[in-house]
Design a binder for this molecule. Sequence first.
Ligand code: 4AD
Ligand code: MG
Length: 462
Amino acid sequence: MNRIKVKDLLTSTAFETTVLVKGWVRTKRGNKNVSFIALNDGSIIHNIQVVVDLSIISEDSIKNVTTGACIAVVGKIVSSQGKGQSVEIIAQSIELYGGSDPETYPLQKKGHSLEFLREIAHLRPRTNTFGAVLRIRHAMAFAVHKFFNDKGFCYIHTPIITGSDAEGAGAMFQVTSLDLNQLPKDSQGAIDYKQDFFGKPTNLTVSGQLEGELAAMALSEIYTFGPTFRAENSNTTRHLAEFWMIEPEVAFNELVDNMNLAEEFLKYLINYALQHCPDDLAFLNEMYDKELLERLKLVTNNDFQRVTYTEGVEILKNSGHKFEYKVEWGTDLQSEHERYLVEKHFKKPVILVDYPKDIKAFYMKMNEDGKTVRAMDVLFPGIGEIIGGSQREDDYDKLLTRIKQMNIHEEQLWWYLETRKFGSCPHAGFGLGFERLILFITGMANIRDVIPFPRTPMNAEF
Ligand code: 4AD
Ligand code: MG
């Protein structure tokens, strides 16, 4: 007999048919005559109720069917008499795959704190909360590919190990096969990277953008979707050391086209979640954040506010609000500033553009004023920056000047510079932090709770 998933079972009307269902026991309750087992297989947030007539299946034979155990049930589909479900199954036989000692199983009770669940990341996918988050995360990954595929973008796989630093921020994880206890030295006494695996120092990538640009200048419209790594020691609820980023890059796009694409993309993803994940979103709305669904609709139903950095700074300075960090033209905005603009001032998502050149990366296109660059950050309620992007500098001489001014190793970027020598063109792109998107869509408060196995400072257990 083929296994039927709980999701399909719950909407089945094939009453009296015998089926095989497999999953993990959430609860078992009952009396001397009958046992009720709530079974979940992760296909949907809801459980199927298995009714066990103890005069047919002995109580002793199911004594090890306890919370957390894995079982296979053959039974008959019936319409449910109980409240809260329309379908249940009457068990004919139950096979125990793996027991789960009630004395030691950590998820014995409901209502564990998210902090506790982080310590048992190997088991937390079995909770309703993480089941919901992981299904939504999957749906969003699929929607990302669908959005770009439907628009004719080409998915490009950019390298994870690189010899360059795309953001110039310097917080990278080094990759080496050298023996750290016996490092080879050159004649000057420095580490001899010629003997390293690649014959030079290499790192885990912080962004696929630079390689993405190379592909955009041949295929016109591309995107990347892969893991990126940052060794900053920021222990916040919005930073991970390993996170996934989606980076579209489009030849012939200017900043305004870039903004339009970002807004359309985010609205598409949120609408996709509203359409395809209603049960999981309803659960999260109920359990964690009663305004979640409203906030999602607020984003899809409103145009994003587009303002310059300079205007944003003026608004913050004139707000009369006391910020922890002072706002001055030329300094990077903190998330408290970004959130003030979004949540208090405009009350909708904001796209901030034209940032001072000194707080942004070398590759951004210079504006005529010589002080600002064609950067854009998309700011979201509860999150702050969800997207960072820009139009790229396409003029060879200007780009080289910026590289020199910012003390970036020109020799590492010769290949990037060549695209400005041969057939250069205006182009633009952005990066969406996948986990920040999932934070927003699920309403979870901590980025550690929207990725199965978070990598943060001092934490790489699983
Ligand atoms: O603003 P960032 O650093 O931009 C780039 O990396 C560009 N190369 C993107 C591009 O133009 N192609 O990062 C982009 C986004 C941020 O807006 C944020 O959502 C996310 O990546 N992000 C992080 N998410 C989790 N943990 C971190 N440590 C993150 N750093 C950035
Ligand atoms: Mg940024």
